[in-house]
Design a protein around this ligand. Structure first.
Ligand SMILES: Nc1nc2c(ncn2[C@@H]2O[C@H](COP(=O)(O)OP(=O)(O)OP(=O)(O)O)[C@@H](O)[C@H]2O)c(=O)[nH]1
Ligand SMILES: [Mg+2]
Length: 318
């Protein structure tokens, strides 16, 4: 058993920005270890200053390359940057993150930028919860800008968009399915839509399709073109992000997000506690339960009514 003192050390070291302690606590969170709550409770009052930006979108759109190219701009704005690459399919030491490191060239030799792949073990709901907590660790450690890359265009991206402050969706012109992906559910999640690889043929058409599809929706997301090859749009993108997150309306929106987070945390906690209580109830009242099972077998009672009665026992805490 790990003593409380070791946890305290980890907490102190996280607050000092020690990278090993940060990485270790993120692993503990990624492993879904309940002990992570001991750390999270202690660091919570040191969180709240970091801004988180999600980069999502189809594989190969250029997310990693783009993040790498944006870093110098963000650094010049004074941000201290961490990157989390959410990849539920690859183990933490797997190839994907190494490849990403190569693509994020400008950050590769950059000691100041912390990078970590994440989400190798969790279920989908679990990943967004762990991500939220990993962000808190980085926040408490003093990172002021946390960039979260995730691959795909599915439910996971929708979940991640609820966790980060601002979501960008990156597309590139040479996958025909980009607009399809927009239709398939990404219309709701993006604050900024990026047509990357604007140096390539077809980017203009994709840009216009996006304008057509989502430019006029009530949320009016920003739609921009970038190229990591020519540098087109990169500085503008950073400036846009920076002014968006400093806007008053934005601050209000974050409070709404916080409410959603609290609701999610509570739902998860109630679910977890409910599972535990159910197990305990089956142990502590096994005789009574056996009686109920008999009455179900004899069709005197139905399982729905029995479950309802038992749930009353759980919620009334008897
Ligand atoms: N022509 C062109 N190629 C680019 C641009 N940005 C990225 N690429 C190339 O696109 C390929 C994929 O880039 P990544 O950055 O790995 O894309 P990704 O979206 O992170 O990919 P996954 O992490 O696999 O989803 C690489 O070969 C990049 O060099 C761009 O602006 N123009
Ligand atoms: Mg990538």
């Amino acid at each position: 058993m790990v003593s409380l003192f070791v946890w305290m050390d980890i907490v102190d070291n996280i607050l000092l920005g020690d990278k090993r302690s940060i990485a270790r606590s993120i692993s503990i969170i990624d492993d879904n270890d309940p002990k992570s709550y001991e750390i999270l409770k202690k660091i919570y009052n040191k969180t709240g200053s970091a801004i988180t930006i999600g980069f999502t979108g189809p594989g190969g759109a250029g997310k990693s390359t783009l993040i790498g190219k944006l870093i110098p701009y963000f650094k010049s704005m004074g941000y201290k940057i961490a990157i989390l690459a959410v990849d539920p399919t690859s183990p933490i030491t797997g190839g994907a993150i190494l490849g990403d490191r190569v693509r994020m060239q400008s950050t590769m030799d950059d000691e100041e930028v912390f990078m970590r792949s994440f989400g190798s073990r969790g279920t989908m709901g679990g990943i967004s919860k762990s991500l939220r907590n990993a962000i808190r660790i980085l926040d408490a450690a003093g990172f002021t800008l946390i960039l979260v890359e995730s691959v795909g265009a599915g439910q996971l991206e929708v979940e991640i968009s609820k966790v980060v402050n601002l979501t960008t969706v990156v597309f590139n012109p040479n996958t025909g399915d980009s607009v399809q992906a927009v239709k398939a559910g990404l219309t709701e999640i993006g604050d900024i839509y990026i047509v990357n690889k604007s140096d390539m043929e077809g980017s203009g058409t994709l840009y216009l399709s996006l304008l057509d599809l989502i430019g006029e929706t009530p949320r009016k997301p920003l739609i921009v073109k970038t190229s990591t090859k020519t540098g087109e749009g990169l500085q503008e993108l950073c400036l846009n992000i920076n002014s968006m997150i400093k806007n008053d309306e934005w601050v209000l929106k974050q409070k709404q997000k916080q409410k959603q987070i609290l609701r999610d945390e509570l739902k998860e906690m109630v679910l977890e506690k409910g599972k535990q209580k159910t197990l305990e109830l089956f142990k502590s009242r096994s005789q009574e339960i056996n009686g109920l099972l008999d009455s179900m077998l004899n069709k005197i009672k139905d399982p729905y009514t029995v479950a309802e009665e038992l749930s009353l026992l759980i919620f009334s805490n008897k």
